[in-house]
Design a protein. Sequence first.
Length: 175
Amino acid sequence: MSIINLPQSRYTSEELGDRVIVHIPSRKHWLQMVIISLWLVFWIFGWTGTVTRNIGNRSDLVLLVWLVVWVIGGLAAVGSLLWQLAGEVALEADRYALRVRWQVLGIGWTKAYVASDVCNLRVRPLWPGRYRLPGWGSVVLTFDYRGKIVCLSPDVNEIEARQVVQMIQRYSPHR
């Protein structure tokens, strides 16, 4: 009889007395990261070549608009690459609030929800039915908040998402 080792959960949790913090790292899409990295190499060569050739031509509005769009595209690609390499969603729950923090290398933003107004925390399939994209998050953590539905997609599978919901509900005043 062979023993099957189950894979480790993607998330980690810290139970700190009256609160819990669940850390969910971003999913790594290795092929996408290689393609973005190669694209960025060519992006840098194209940008530096364009800027150095046209540095004295300051009156060309089309070139200026093109360079702004070029920089925005490059920043989006760098952001996507950094998110996949070092991104994380941290869910912190206590009796006062549910906080969601998206961060890359410790830099990010937090959104806080008053715990007494958070209702019906649940797991919902991203795509109803049988269709799933392999390697991509297939569920969404969802809750009702002050008349709106809030959806979080933190790159976990359905079993892990249910475990996260149960962990958060233990620290929330309204289940």
